[in-house]
Design a protein around this ligand. Structure first.
Ligand code: SAH
Length: 353
């Protein structure tokens, strides 16, 4: 069964042509699915019944079920647990603002990276999501919240650049003015720093903004908390980012979780300007959110001092608000309790590394 939420406008045109219908019918279907955001073929009221019948034999609009919703945090943040047709589950977070409505989406069921501070790694890795499954997290939250989402961040469960093609297709679907129609600068893809993928976007470009989870300024410390740093150490990572900076339309955001006595020392702050040289960069400091790791968050006065040290060094730095802590929806806290409802049959898959 083809999921219509997986197809670009061009792919829908070819699909309709393969069924013996003119290409413009593909454009009409595309508008219904992505611009009008319908979830049932019957809602495509300007299409002939025969076309809808042909379509329904091969295709449908697959919508994940809302398996659970957290209580709403005081600032409106809510966490959703979605379940796809094969039983796999991911979490997504709705973050309402005064002018922006943001959704944080997952790209994989689980994660292969095993960063020590993050809960997602503990659940293992099960499978990649399709582009349509990423898009659906946003469209279903829009429907539940009766809100028009303005911003999408690929910062939920999984490593986007280990699911490269589907993530790039989802970016394309979100940014298409004829479809969902988000502004590309309101779409952010966050990566741990998969060097071949960054080399690829340096060659091919990427319309969304890029964020990189840096978290340390030397390989020894970074490898202790981010195991994939052994495969992709800082030197090749920063070289790839310098190459990307030449073609990037926006500054690269560097995420940096402040961990007590590990990466919050004055010498870490002092090392950052040189590490980020020649890259138009923003630094986003993040407080360590509680998971079951032994790491401790930096004390508040250290957070303030670190922020000031970076500002004084001339860097563009902000401190990320820790939203969603009340409902275990904050960064690093996403982990479906059961990745699938049929847990006896599904086992974690070996990772890519
Ligand atoms: N794999 C991608 C996408 C996940 S993004 C990446 O690593 O960028 C999730 C963001 O939340 C990252 O910046 C990550 O470092 C951060 N994060 C993970 N665990 C956290 C924790 N316990 N406290 C605060 N931030 C955390």
């Amino acid at each position: 069964m083809v999921n219509l939420r997986d197809l670009t406008q061009q792919e829908l045109e070819s699909f309709l042509e393969s069924l013996g219908h003119p290409a413009y019918r593909g454009r009409q279907v595309y508008r219904w699915v992505f611009a009008r955001r319908i979830s049932r073929l019957e809602d495509m009221t300007n299409l002939p019944v025969s076309l809808r019948r042909d379509l329904s034999e091969l295709a449908g609009i697959q919508t994940p079920a809302v398996a659970a919703v957290s209580p709403r945090a005081p600032d409106g943040t809510r966490k959703y647990l979605f379940e796809f047709q094969d039983g796999y589950r991911v979490e997504s977070v709705f973050l309402p603002g005064s002018s922006n409505q943001t959704v944080c989406i997952s790209t994989q069921v689980g994660c292969t990276l095993n960063c020590v501070f993050c809960a997602t790694g503990r659940m293992g890795f099960y499978r990649n999501l399709t582009a349509g499954e990423m898009v659906s997290q946003v469209l279903e939250i829009e429907r539940e919240e009766k809100a028009a989402v303005s911003n999408v961040v690929f910062m939920g469960m999984g490593e986007p650049f280990y699911n490269f093609d589907a993530v790039m297709k989802a970016v394309q679907l979100f940014a298409d003015p004829a479809g969902i129609g988000l502004s590309p600068r309101r779409i952010t893809v966050s990566t741990i720093g998969i060097v071949p993928a960054i080399r690829r976007i340096a060659r091919e470009g990427m319309s969304a903004k890029l964020a990189v989870s840096l978290h340390a300024t030397d390989d020894d410390r970074r490898s202790r908390i981010v195991p994939v740093n052994r495969k992709y150490p800082l030197d090749p990572l920063m070289k790839a980012l310098r190459a990307y900076a030449h073609v990037a339309r926006y500054a690269v955001t560097f995420e940096y979780i402040l961990i007590k006595n590990l990466n919050d020392r004055p010498e870490d702050a002092a090392a950052l300007p040189n590490l980020l040289r020649n890259i138009p960069a923003k630094i986003n400091l993040i407080r360590l959110h509680p998971t079951d790791s032994n790491l401790e968050p930096s004390p508040e006065e250290r957070v303030d001092a670190f922020l000031k040290e970076l500002r004084d060094a001339g860097l563009d730095v902000t401190l990320r608000a820790s939203r969603g802590l009340e409902c275990q929806a904050a960064c690093g806290q996403l982990a479906a309790q059961e990745p699938t409802r049929e847990k006896s049959v599904k086992v974690p898959q070996p990772g890519r590394d």
